[in-house]
Design a protein around this ligand. Structure first.
Ligand code: NOJ
Length: 772
């Protein structure tokens, strides 16, 4: 601290600020709000004056990030690294630490950086606060199912509050990778398959984490990741090759990243994958041309864990030194756990292979964010033990987690209104290893949470005391202890609990079967080729059905599953994902109707794995239908339908909604300044209050680049009392009617459009309009 003060006083020159103020002039974005963070002249001056007295090693030090000494979220570093890390910290050769958490530990590392290094530059402390820190909210895919942007923003804000109280000031979230492939384990971490919904959610999460003032002690810097294309890994296998054309890149993959940039996200993370032959970490097109140049991003880019050295395995960099050169020149500002910047950048600068300007720019970006966070005013501002104690796991945070969990549950099916359950006089058999599992609901990104700390479904249901409840496991999903780093072993043989479960089902009025995936079955490094219920669970379900047809299937999972048998036989299905710390309470409240579900799927659920990747905004092809019944010459499978089992946007309620009077008003039909007003009348035609996500899709029939059969372009979450009616209005403009053509230009083209409005992507309520 002492050194820092001196620097600011002696070198506090006010320097001219370069014109890199982020702007949102072009319509090349789906982001509707321009919340770009303008550069602060005072901060710019301080950064420049600090930079002017830093040695090249100290600047490179800012670009170096080390993992802490406790948690691992990637491959284990080599022996002996620990001593080196301490030494580098005290020399000011470390700009950031990740996986250091809790006030005590954060303070300890911060103290070394601030009090032992020459310039006393504080560290930025990063952590994967993906859906909560210690108190877990639902996995991001589940939260996205709420389509409730306010709730999602609040959930991120609450996570920031809890994490910041534990010393953390930077989260590696939101993950804004669009993915259409349920085999990829990381779909749990994103917002699903759609770029429009994904962009809105990206904005909500960035706003939630960063708040309106990054310098407050309860806000943290966000990180849009993984730039770019990670969600399109071939065959859904994690880390695999990505090869996509410019239309998909511009229209599907980029929009949420652009939206996050325009919302002022302060950091980006690049990606493990190669994109069209160039690893993302060494990709100049992505990092310099698009992000820093076109989008005017003023924050910094961190590599993914070891992704610099991994360029050697990709066959792109020859060795560590080459990897450092490629990454720095391509625009990666900070090295997470590759150790190549600290080892080689100074030499590369001496040899003229990396220009000093590149180092200056990277260090400047990192220092800028540290100033914005207020770390130079008080490096220990996130290190208040009393605040940590008061906030961690507080009642308020748990209430927010419960609220978000309820909003995330999707009612997939409810034949004969089997749900909600009656509150008394019913005998219930609760079955499934997951029903009593207090760990799996925490998901896989929960390093800060205590093991087994979630409320189980059993505990949630036990609170409804007027029914008889008998719990029996039936079968476990996995064998032994599961963990973040090791492969989960699935139980494929042990059916010893079947008999007891079948007896319980036989004697009960209703069976509630809680089945699906354990917490560590989705997430990083957890791709799957089979998407059915893992292990012996499908068999268990079929056995239960033989003795009792009144089954409510509650699913706990981190990705879309294949549920064809269940859909044919089981009358009620509730998609309850991994809902975090309050999971069991949320599920019980929905089962008993104390909360009326309103969530809608953010990803299509396939009928079979062979359909994957499957998504609602597909292209029509030249042969969308058979010309004559029975002929083969059209785009189809001979053994399966083309449509998914549950479409994007699907989700039921305990009430019903009717859509009427779809009206279109062409306020301005010119392609230069289009303005189309769409309105629809929504009525709650059922017997109880409920919420509906009204969705608007368009189809641009003929264009210079073929357009999808449907594209989401608007949605509104509407709450209505029984029999209440409301008119819902949307406006379509050049941002929603346009697209990137193959010259990478944003265009609105004249021609016929169809607009569809309804409660899911397969709505048939539609009308046409024309753009001239
Ligand atoms: C690797 C993951 O890909 C990334 O998302 C995460 O933030 C880092 N590890 C740090 O844990």
């Amino acid at each position: 601290m002492k050194n820092r003060t001196i620097i600011i006083i002696v070198f506090g020159l006010v320097l001219f600020i370069s014109g890199c103020n982020p702007s949102n002039e072009s319509p090349k974005t789906l982001a509707v709000e321009n919340a770009s963070v303008g550069l602060n002249s005072e901060i710019e001056a301080k950064v420049d004056s600090l930079l002017s007295i830093m040695t090249i090693e100290e600047k490179i030090g800012q670009m170096n990030q080390y993992n802490g000494f406790w948690d691992l979220t990637g491959p284990k570093p080599a022996e002996g690294d620990e001593a080196k890390k301490y030494e580098h910290l005290s020399k000011g050769w470390v700009g950031s630490m990740l996986n250091v958490r809790g006030v005590k530990d954060v303070k300890a590392v911060q103290k070394i950086a601030v009090e032992e290094s020459r310039l006393g530059i504080p560290l930025i402390i990063g952590f994967d606060v993906i859906h909560g820190y210690k108190t877990m909210s639902p996995i991001p895919l589940a939260e996205s199912a709420s389509w409730d942007l306010k709730a999602i923003e609040k959930s991120a804000a609450v996570a920031a509050q809890e994490a910041s109280a534990a010393g953390i000031n930077w989260t590696f979230a939101p993950m804004v990778d669009i993915s259409r492939d349920a085999r990829w384990g990381r779909v749990m971490e994103g917002a699903g398959e759609d770029p429009f919904l994904g962009s809105k959610i990206a904005i909500a999460r960035v706003k939630g984490f960063q708040g309106d003032n990054l310098a407050k002690n309860n806000t943290i810097a966000a990180c849009a990741k993984h730039f770019a294309g990670y969600g399109f890994s071939e065959s859904g296998r994690d880390y695999n090759t990505v090869d996509v054309g410019s239309s998909t890149l511009n229209n599907i993959i980029f929009p949420p990243f652009r939206a996050a940039t325009d919302a002022g996200v302060r950091t980006f993370m690049n990606s493990f994958n190669e994109l069209n032959g160039i690893p993302a970490t060494g990709n100049k097109f992505l990092q310099r041309d698009i992000l820093k140049n076109d989008w005017k991003f003023s924050g910094f880019i961190v590599s993914d864990w070891g992704s610099m050295t991994e360029m050697i395995n990709h066959g792109y960099a020859e060795d560590d030194k080459d990897a450092a050169k490629i990454a720095a020149n391509a625009g990666s500002d900070m090295d997470m756990e590759s150790y190549v910047y600290i080892e080689h950048l100074a030499t590369l600068v001496k040899e003229g292979k990396v220009k000093e300007d590149i180092i200056n720019d990277a260090a400047k970006r990192i220092l800028r964010v540290k100033y914005e966070l207020g770390l130079f005013d008080d490096p220990y501002k996130y290190c208040d033990e009393a605040r940590e104690k008061e906030i961690t796991g507080s009642k308020e945070i748990h209430e927010a987690a419960l609220d978000m969990a309820k909003k995330s549950i999707v009612l997939l099916k409810n034949d004969n209104n089997l749900l909600p359950l009656k509150k008394e006089g019913v005998s219930i058999a609760l079955i499934g290893g997951l029903a009593s599992d207090k760990d799996s609901p925490l998901g896989s990104w929960r390093i800060g949470a205590d093991d087994n700390s979630a409320v189980s479904v059993l505990e949630g249901m036990q609170q409804y005391k007027e029914n008889s409840l008998l719990y029996t496991k039936g079968a476990d999903v996995s064998i032994g202890k599961t963990s973040f780093v090791s492969e989960t072993k699935i139980n494929t043989t042990d059916k010893s609990g079947f008999e007891e479960a079948i007896q319980a089902a036989k004697n009960a009025d209703i069976v509630v079967a809680v089945l699906g995936e354990v917490g560590f079955q989705s997430g990083e490094g957890r791709s799957r080729t089979a998407l059915g219920l893992p292990g012996v669970q499908q068999e268990l379900l079929e056995e239960l059905y033989k003795v009792n047809n009144n089954i409510v299937l509650v699913l706990n999972n981190g990705r879309p599953l294949v549920l064809d048998w269940a859909d044919k036989h089981i009358p009620a299905i509730l998609e309850a994902w991994q809902l975090g710390s309050q999971s069991g309470n949320a599920i019980a409240q929905v089962l008993y109707g104390d909360y009326n579900p309103s969530a809608k799927l953010p990803m299509s659920f396939p009928r079979s794995v062979g359909q994957v990747p499957i998504y609602y905004n597909y292209k029509n092809t030249g042969r969308p239908k058979a010309s004559d019944p029975g002929t083969v010459f059209w785009t189809h499978y001979s053994d399966e339908q083309n449509t998914p089992l549950y479409v994007f946007g699907h989700g039921l309620s305990y009430t019903t909604f009717e859509y009427k009077d779809l009206k279109i008003e062409g306020i301005n039909t010119s392609s230069a300044t289009p303005n189309i007003k769409v309105s629809v009348t929504l009525t709650n035609s059922g017997e109880r209050q409920g919420k509906e996500v009204v969705q608007l899709y368009i189809r641009d029939h003929f264009a210079s680049v073929t357009r999808p059969v449907k594209e989401l372009k608007g949605f509104e979450l509407v709450s209505l009392e029984s029999k209440e009616t409301k008119q819902v209005t949307f406006e379509l403009d050049s941002e929603t009617l346009g697209f990137f053509n193959n010259q990478n230009e944003w265009v609105v083209e004249s021609g016929t459009f169809t607009v569809f409005v309804g409660g899911s992507s397969d709505t048939s309520t539609k009308a046409d309009f024309e753009i001239k």
